[in-house]
Write a protein that binds this ligand. Structure first.
Ligand SMILES: Cc1ncc(COP(=O)(O)O)c(C=O)c1O
Length: 321
């Protein structure tokens, strides 16, 4: 298939859902001018790390970032493990996020993605430790996708989750998503919406873009942080909400067969929020529709992130006008 030069150019030009500004190395640049040389793509991107943050438009018009500092801290954690030196402080990046969101003037929810990649035309096979990094923050309008009433179909993948001993899933690195992508392609081929990956011990780890939890006999259980998962902020949010209301919640290794006996199953993550799973490998989960605990959590989460709840207002950062 031949793709014409104008068609290729149009893929990289701003449209209604591509914003005007991108934050790059301390200043706002016009979206279409934020370019790098094609030679910089390969090795620099294998070493790139990022974060995914959600900004919610509250009923009173405020734009609220959910757990901004925790996300930025995790970016620094990823940088540390990957030995990348970010030339900005957490406070600098927080200000960068504010500048960007104000500049783009969102009147709806937005996804915010700070990321860092080694700068320049790297010719070495391995990006050296301590390479100078570029830091970028991009953003785009982002509606809540999860259909809480319908849920999704999941399947256990034949691809294994990358292990901490190989490519730590604790690091939010673009390269890790190669593993998730393979699993996702297989899931779609098999008629599922999303995969759940098992780890090297054949225990449940996570989905390609979210953690997973099950409800059985009234207890919410989620794989432990040593199961090959990202240290998810949504997972932490849900565990804390449950714990604070005195509801039973457990973090431990989870067997594959427990997924088939669960009364309820759901994904949890910034982008997917609380997404009910209604079938697993073709078996209905519970009654085959989103269960009461999942729906209650999804509702509590939706109210929390939009500032409609009195709980944990400390998790919300308003973008200064
Ligand atoms: C692989 C993976 N696991 C889990 C999560 C959920 O993490 P968080 O709740 O911090 O968004 C994500 C989302 O970014 C992810 O990509």
């Amino acid at each position: 298939m031949n793709v014409s030069a104008p068609e290729l150019a149009s893929l990289a030009s701003p449209t209604a859902d591509r914003p005007e500004w991108i934050w790059r190395n301390g200043t706002l640049s016009r979206w279409e001018q934020a370019q790098i040389h094609v030679n910089a793509v390969g090795h620099a991107s294998t070493a790139a790390i990022f974060e995914g943050i959600k900004a919610y438009r509250a009923d009173d018009g405020r734009l609220l970032l959910f757990r901004l500092d925790e996300h930025l801290r995790r970016l620094f954690d990823s940088a540390r493990i990957c030995r990348l030196d970010l030339p900005y402080s957490l406070a600098d990046l927080r200000t960068g996020v504010f500048d960007l969101l104000r500049g783009n003037g969102y009147d709806q929810d937005a996804y915010v993605r700070p990321w860092a990649f080694p700068a320049g035309l790297i010719r070495e096979q391995m990006v050296p430790a301590g390479s100078v990094c570029e830091v970028v923050i991009d953003s785009w309008p982002f509606r809540s996708r999860p259909d809480v009433t319908r849920g999704c179909r999941a399947g256990v993948s034949s691809w294994q989750r990358v292990s901490d001993a190989a490519m730590p899933p604790r690091v939010k690195a673009f390269s890790n998503y190669h593993n998730g992508r393979l699993a996702m392609m297989e899931a779609r081929e098999n008629g599922h919406d999303w995969p759940i990956l098992l780890n090297e011990r054949h225990k449940v780890s996570e989905g390609p873009g979210a953690c997973v939890a099950l409800v059985r006999h009234g207890t919410v259980t989620t794989p432990s942080l040593t199961s090959g998962v990202l240290e998810s902020i949504t997972r932490d949010t849900v565990l804390r909400l449950l714990d604070e209301s005195g509801e039973p919640v457990v973090e431990r290794e989870v067997d594959r067969s427990e997924l088939y006996l669960a009364d309820e199953l759901f994904f949890l993550g910034t982008a997917w929020e609380i997404l009910p799973i209604t079938s697993i490998d073709g078996l209905p989960v519970g009654q085959g529709r989103p269960g009461p605990v999942t729906r209650r959590l999804a509702d509590a989460y939706a109210r929390l992130v939009r500032g409609r709840s009195d709980r944990h207002t400390d998790w919300l950062t308003e973008v200064p006008r």
